[in-house]
Design a protein around this ligand. Structure first.
Ligand code: SAM
Length: 181
């Protein structure tokens, strides 16, 4: 199952950090690509690509400037599934097994500011990570973690330049080649 994450729009002055974090969370929690809809922001895409270069995942696709609505329609036309994360949706616990069981590629959609009604209608599933307002980064992380049952946190990026040696009381970063020897 391939998972892509679509961020619906972005206000460059306000959302730069959070949109970058949505992209980095997508990568770290097992998605195969990140799409920033409706706007170009080279600062966001280049920051994510910098992380890919150092920490691996060069196969992770990063795109911006596509029409969010068109992208969702195309995704569905190809027979894949669209999951929109919203506090107004169905509780994640009530649908996650069904979504996983479909065994189809998923587009996970998160909002920035107000999400248009049309997105709720286009989505196959409107899913709530609890029914309290919080953040797109938190919502995405919890959704992907439930989808992959925590296995994504053990994933190793084979093309990483840098690797972490886990350490209880220090910070240890090594070149991955050195670690593999
Ligand atoms: N005010 C916006 C609205 O009415 O849709 C929501 C803004 S919220 C800061 C940004 C995004 O975080 C939402 O579009 C949604 O994708 C995600 N989000 C926040 N809380 C959530 C929750 N409890 N469950 C699922 N997604 C959530």
């Amino acid at each position: 199952m391939k998972v892509y994450v679509l961020r619906l729009g972005h206000r460059p002055a306000r959302d730069k950090r959070i949109t970058t974090h949505v992209g980095l969370t997508a990568r770290a929690f097992g998605a195969s690509g990140f799409v920033l809809g409706d706007i170009h922001d080279a600062k966001v895409t280049s920051k994510i690509k910098e992380v890919l270069k150092k920490w691996g995942g060069e196969g992770f696709e990063v795109k911006d400037g596509v029409s969010s609505t068109e992208y969702i329609i195309e995704w569905r036309r190809a027979g894949n599934i669209v999951v929109h994360l919203t506090m107004y949706g169905i509780h994640v616990d009530d649908v996650i097994d069904e979504i996983r069981g479909l065994n189809k590629d998923l587009l996970v959609v998160v909002g920035a500011s107000k999400v248009p009604r049309r997105i709720y209608e286009l989505a196959d599933y409107n899913v709530a990570i609890g029914h309290q307002p919080h953040s797109e980064v938190a919502a995405l992380a919890v959704f992907l973690d439930r989808l992959f049952k925590g296995r994504e946190l053990h994933f190793i990026f084979p093309d990483a330049e840098l690797c972490i040696e886990p350490c209880a009381k220090c910070k240890k970063v090594v070149e991955c080649g050195a670690k593999k020897q």
